[in-house]
Design a protein around this ligand. Structure first.
Ligand code: UD1
Ligand code: CA
Length: 459
């Protein structure tokens, strides 16, 4: 069933006390506003409009490709919907309205609202929740017949209404034509001087329309994020929800409270995630990998059977059975092919480490192309930057780079070539040759004895 959706994301979010617009704050690496958009799309909404306003440029760059409409002055949620009328005024079926600050809402719940509207022919369906602590939410005020009469905002509550624990979640499915026909009737005579979308419920009722409510079966999903405390709460709920799904699908987490996996991450069977592991962005970890402890992987692919220990991996691709860390820093654009190793305290950037090749200790490899079965000795550095430009290092298959080699790029080391330990290699080394650059060693015989005989001077 097709539906349109409107995501309200123009508010400043003063209670966040932030320079950043509220919906730009991230949860598990994803800006809050994207959760509402993704939920609408996953629920089958094929036409989605986002209302932006406060910090609109910032918010819009976080949601490339989405249709946005500006609400220049934030005069309330009802006013935000009015601003979208130019784009959605022609919708004839259901129009779902969501808040950009309700990131835990599930697609199945949106579908329930769409179905409830279709089944009842109502002009509006309101998603409600019953909360232990309803503070801050608009309350559901019922008529004598039990029907939804009106929604009263926290700041407009009469004293006896404070005890109402049934709240408006800010999630609705409207009959688009009925909604847009009655929006203009909203006033702003309330405690906040705003045009409240919630008032349209009373208006629709008065005009003889049917309004129904659907209660969520999971009050946690309707958590509205208004403060940083609620941001942390939402993060915890989402973390638990995501981790639970992965564990049920065959992922081991030694301590799931200490593992953070973003909503777009894909994990294979028998992956083991150790504590303090962060997997974010479009990361994929394939079957049987051991990740962590103390590891952050963002926008990267880790193929089957790899081990990443106490390391950072950003926008890179690790082939099957690779070994990373401890304390490796794998920066964007790195490709480690099958059985490659990036070892202890090694930094790699924008480089290919060929099949079976190893960089085991304390090296910096940048802008390099390393062939197959290469061994790079401890302390090797590609001197890829001359202060102005970056240059490339090419190392052929089977080469052996001696410890503490400085590879002064641009430079290329031939296949099966060797470099002498401690050499600064600034000229190409041909295939199968030894490149060595070292001043001759001088041995002074009897040195120890001479030192012992010379008395040190008084200071
Ligand atoms: C709103 C509801 C309240 C409900 C709660 C659920 C209204 C009047 N109140 O209150 O009944 O219990 O959500 O979380 O609707 N926004 C705009 N333009 C504006 C104002 C707000 O786009 O002019 C957006 C905000 O960015 C936010 C959403 O609308 O994403 C809700 O606004 P917010 O100020 O957080 O409303 P609440 O006080 O939480
Ligand atoms: Ca809110």
């Amino acid at each position: 069933m097709s539906a349109a959706a409107l995501v309200l994301a123009a508010g400043e979010g003063t209670r966040m006390r932030s320079a950043l617009p509220k919906v730009a704050h991230t949860i598990l690496g994803v800006p809050m506003v994207r959760y509402a958009i993704d939920a609408a799309r996953d629920a089958g909404c094929d036409r989605i409009v986002v209302v932006t306003g406060y910090g609109a440029e910032t918010v819009e760059t976080l949601i490339p490709g989405e249709t946005c409409v500006r609400q220049e002055q934030q005069l309330g949620t009802g006013h935000a919907v009015m601003c979208a009328q130019s784009l959605l005024g022609d919708v004839e079926g259901p129009l779902v309205v969501l808040s950009g600050d309700t990131p835990l809402l599930r697609p199945a719940t949106i579908q329930r609202l769409i179905e409830a509207r279709e089944g009842s022919g109502a002009a509006a369906v309101v998603l409600t929740a019953t909360l232990e602590d309803p503070t801050g939410y608009g309350r559901i005020v019922r008529e004598d017949d039990g029907g939804l009469g009106q929604i009263v905002e926290q700041k407009d509550l009469a004293p006896e209404q404070h005890a109402i624990r049934e709240v408006n979640t800010g999630t609705y499915c409207f009959d688009a034509r009925a909604l847009f026909a009655h929006l203009h009737a909203l006033g702003n005579h309330n405690a906040q001087g705003e045009y409240y979308l919630t008032d349209v419920i009373g208006v629709l009722r008065k005009e003889g329309h049917t309004v129904v409510d659907v209660e969520t079966d999971d009050p946690l999903e309707t958590l509205g994020v208004n403060t940083r405390v609620q941001l942390a709460e939402a993060t915890r709920v989402l973390q638990r929800r995501i981790n639970r799904e992965h564990m049920l699908a065959g992922v081991t987490m030694t301590d799931p409270e200490l593992v953070w996996v973003g909503p777009e991450v894909r994990l294979g069977r028998d992956v083991v995630l150790e504590p303090m592991t962060f997997l974010l962005g479009r990361t994929e970890v394939h079957e049987g990998c051991l990740i962590g402890p103390d590891t952050r992987i963002v926008d990267s692919t880790v193929e089957a059977g790899s081990v990443v220990d106490s390391s950072i991996v950003l926008s890179s691709s690790l082939g099957p059975e690779t070994t990373i860390g401890p304390r490796a820093y794998v920066r964007p654009g790195t490709v480690v092919r099958a059985r490659g190793k990036v070892g202890a305290s090694v930094e790699v950037k924008n480089s290919v480490i060929g099949e079976g090749s190893k960089v085991p200790h304390l090296s910096y490899i940048g802008d390099a192309e390393v062939g197959k079965d290469v061994n790079i000795g401890a302390g090797t550095i590609t001197c890829n930057y001359d202060g102005r430009h970056k240059h490339k290092t090419v190392i052929g298959d089977g080469a052996f780079i001696g410890s503490d080699t400085m590879l002064v790029a641009p430079v290329s080391i031939g296949a099966y070539a060797v470099t002498g330990a401690g050499s600064a290699i600034a000229e190409d080394v041909p295939d199968e040759a030894l490149g060595i650059e070292r001043t001759q060693q001088l041995n002074v015989t009897g040195w120890t004895h001479r030192r012992a005989v010379d008395e040190p001077e008084d200071e």
